[in-house]
Design a protein around this ligand. Structure first.
Ligand SMILES: Cc1cc2nc3c(=O)[nH]c(=O)nc-3n(C[C@H](O)[C@H](O)[C@H](O)COP(=O)(O)O)c2cc1C
Length: 167
């Protein structure tokens, strides 16, 4: 039987963590410098117009800067990117150390090794509790990268995993 105690933040986080997701790098160039973070809240939203979303916590120090980027890059991380993902969520000064980045003409920054890379414009921001739902319009997509055929990083129960495909 469910109780209100199941809705305390720790229990809720544990319950939400049962749902597996992928992880993306959300990165833009702000004043010529890459700014971004790792996000597991990425969701595809609409085909026409082409929309995706990411929910960003109000506590994010990066989002107020990142939202100023002309275009934002969304890179779907591959299954060997666990450490890279932690780096992208860690101290800002080291966030992009040693990571191979591409910047397109509109300033969207993506990771060369990503499975698929979207260049997006900011479509809308929707306040949602302690997060803001960031709706992004996909302006271009590139899945021809070197890792295009690889498997995604999976985030589940606060840890990283891999897809196991059934036959
Ligand atoms: C696997 C993983 C998934 C994450 N997903 C999100 C997310 O969806 N939304 C979010 O706001 N932060 C997410 N974070 C945290 C951010 O990557 C980052 O650490 C946080 O925004 C604090 O950094 P900032 O203050 O520079 O924004 C995630 C971190 C990890 C490791």
């Amino acid at each position: 039987m469910a109780t209100n105690q199941d809705l305390d933040p720790v229990a809720l986080r544990r319950a939400f963590g049962v749902f597996p997701t992928g992880v993306v790098a959300l990165v833009g160039a702000v004043d010529g410098v890459p700014v971004g973070l790792a996000a597991s809240s990425f969701t595809t939203v609409s085909i026409d117009p082409p929309l995706v979303s990411v929910s960003v916590a109000h506590t994010s120090k990066t989002w107020p800067d990142l939202r100023r980027a002309r275009h934002l890059g969304v890179t779907v991380l591959a299954d060997h990117h666990g450490d890279l993902c932690r780096q992208l969520s860690g101290p800002v000064a080291e966030r992009f150390d040693g990571i191979d980045l591409t910047v397109d003409d509109d300033g969207a920054v993506t990771l060369v090794e990503g499975l698929v890379r979207f260049s997006c414009s900011l479509y809308r921001e929707v306040e949602a509790g302690d997060h803001v739902i960031v709706l992004l319009k996909v302006e271009s997509v590139d899945q021809a990268g070197p890792a295009g055929d690889g498997n995604p990083l999976v985030f589940h129960r606060s840890g990283f995993g891999r897809l196991e495909r059934s036959a």
